[in-house]
Write a protein that binds this ligand. Structure first.
Ligand SMILES: *Cc1c(COP(=O)(O)O)cnc(C)c1O
Length: 470
């Protein structure tokens, strides 16, 4: 592709992106595609001869958009949001064009130094004390894996990487029953084994882990000759928004010299609003905290920020310096690839810089406050309907509910979710609460308005009432 073509098609792509965003409200939120619909339209064998961009682009427009679930749709109420604010998209266009590998300071000083600065902006925005150093990871799963590796290495006296785990007492990690599956996978990958992930029961309106049960489990494990290593607490669990009592857990971690990682992948963004910070009271005791600006805050995926109290421990667990990665004469510089599992890294700081500068913290706070208010309002509207019940109360902008039926309740709930998503006006998903199915609603899409919440009420109530599971 020559320079002129690159320029022209870049313009075409940007125009397409703007048209796509402008037309989102007219599309069904979840893809209305059947399995096999897309693959059937893609050639079975790779082309021997190059094709024109006209042909490729026309096929893109014909095949791809209708096969997408539109995560930037204002009525996306499923899972959690994956907000890509337009300004962060523009920053990511630039990053894509530059295409730098930002693994070492030397391989892109601007990326490294901007990362140091914007993660510190976020530290201040979240009200975290000085002393936490930030690093951008690709995902919360990776940040949690890094934290688990630090837990393991600390507990084993830093011998796990070299000697392996054979012959060692089992390393034990503690988490509630509400944590995300990325915790399980980190435990698997770290070689610790699911059997050594100790599940602490939860209680209370925030579904937080029981500190007394946690401490009892740690003491019992020590007495049994096992190796307690760390606690993974959550602020804003994925299913119903569970929040662990961070202050009490932090005290226990301190008393037993355990590493504490806090998974606030979704809810962390809300902590830019001081009124929500009581949900993670005591957070300053954490050793590691992860939150995803690529969820609620609006930084295009991928962008997960991990705050570390002692980054040198994570570097000790993860850094490896063959000669070809050494930067002689540059001691004391930050090489962020030593803070993470992958070596290669995108220039992720730019979209945070654009996002925070364009919207300002006030603009982002207003968005989050609206989402919380509209979610609470919808929960109240549904509660007022005789045939609906609230299953889990709103935590920030997430709650779950059920439509009551004479038939099998779980089958009815799934049928209602499917009917709503087939309708296309809104998109939401189900979860299991105390063994029974419930419908999950979260407000969080960047461009959502109160009218979108009212549309959700209309769609939910009318569709549920005509849905028959049989
Ligand atoms: C989304 C989510 C994760 C996983 O985030 P990734 O960045 O996709 O790895 C982990 N924990 C919680 C609480 C989440 O909501």
């Amino acid at each position: 592709m020559d320079e002129t073509e690159f320029r022209n098609w870049s313009h075409r792509a940007a125009d397409w992106g703007a048209d796509y965003r402008a037309g989102l409200r007219d599309r069904p939120v979840r893809a209305q595609t059947k399995p096999g619909d897309i693959i059937r339209q893609i050639a079975v064998s790779p082309p021997e001869q190059g094709e024109t961009m006209e042909a490729i682009f026309a096929d893109f427009e014909r095949i791809v958009p209708d096969g997408l679930t539109h995560w930037q749709h204002p009525r996306f109420f499923a899972y959690f949001p994956a907000n890509a604010a337009p300004v962060s998209v523009i920053a990511d266009y630039l990053v894509t064009a530059v295409a730098a590998q930002c693994m070492l300071w030397q391989t892109s000083p601007a990326a490294t130094e901007m990362e140091t600065r914007v993660t510190d902006w976020l530290r201040q925005a979240l009200g975290l004390p000085e002393g936490f150093a930030g690093v951008i990871q690709d995902s919360a799963s990776t940040a949690t894996l890094a934290a688990v590796l630090v837990m393991r290495e600390r507990a084993l006296g830093w011998t796990g990487n070299s000697a392996g785990l054979a012959g060692e007492a089992p390393v034990r990690i503690y988490a509630s029953t509400q944590v995300h599956t990325s915790i399980d996978r980190a435990i698997w990958i770290a070689g610790i084994g699911e059997a050594n992930l100790v599940r602490i029961p939860t209680s209370g309106p925030l579904h937080g882990m029981d500190p007394a049960a946690l401490e009892a489990a740690i003491i019992a494990d020590r007495e049994a000759g096992l190796l307690p290593a760390g606690i993974i607490a959550c602020t804003g669990g994925t299913s119903i928004g569970a929040c662990d009592p961070i202050a009490a857990i932090g005290e226990i971690a301190g008393r037993h010299d355990l590493y504490m990682h806090v998974d606030a992948a979704w809810a962390g963004s809300a902590m830019i609003c001081p009124e929500f910070r009581s949900l993670w009271d005591g957070i300053e005791a954490a050793d590691s905290i992860v939150f995803n600006p690529h969820k609620w805050l609006g930084a295009q995926f991928d962008c997960s920020v991990q705050f570390l109290k002692r980054p040198e421990e994570q570097v000790r667990a993860l850094a490896i310096q063959p000669e070809y990665l050494k930067t002689h004469g540059h001691d004391g510089l930050i090489n962020y690839s030593e803070w993470s599992v992958p070596l290669g890294r995108r220039f992720r700081a730019l979209k945070l810089w654009f996002l925070m500068r364009h919207h300002g913290l006030d603009g982002l706070r207003a968005m989050i406050r609206n989402h919380v208010a509209w979610s609470v309002e919808l929960a109240e509207m549904l509660r007022a309907e005789p045939d609906f019940s609230i299953v889990s109360e709103p935590i920030l902008s997430l709650f779950s509910f059920r439509h009551e039926t004479a038939g099998d309740p779980d089958r009815h709930t799934i049928a209602v979710v499917n009917a709503i998503n087939d309708d296309g006006r809104i998109y939401l998903t189900q979860t299991r609460v105390d063994g029974r199915m419930a419908i999950r609603f979260q407000a969080g899409q960047f461009e959502m308005t109160r009218d979108d919440m009212l549309t959700a009420f209309e769609a939910i109530t009318t569709i549920a009432r005509v849905t028959d599971a049989a």
